[in-house]
Design a protein around this ligand. Sequence first.
Ligand code: FES
Length: 105
Amino acid sequence: PAITFVSFEGASRTVQAPVGATAMEVAVRNGVPGIDADCGGACACATCHVYVDEAWRAAVGEPEGMEEDMLDFATDVRPSSRLSCQIKITEALDGLVLHTPERQG
Ligand code: FES
């Protein structure tokens, strides 16, 4: 599936993502700026914070449990906020658009 990351400045970058990877892993592997992922995907740092594009919010779903708690530590949290290490790539997410925040943490 193709995933597009859009920076806060509006620069967009589309990369191919393997099914089963997380959006955070895809960003890090492709050198997409704006995602720090200090904890390496353990849902323990909130520095992989992204905003899910409005058109994709239903498909991606809402944060739950541990992720929701950890999002309290992210900066400028909005209703579309998710931690990208908790978004698993599926075929249904082909074309997904994620916006990276101005800063992490
Ligand atoms: Fe740390 Fe996602 S990488 S919470």
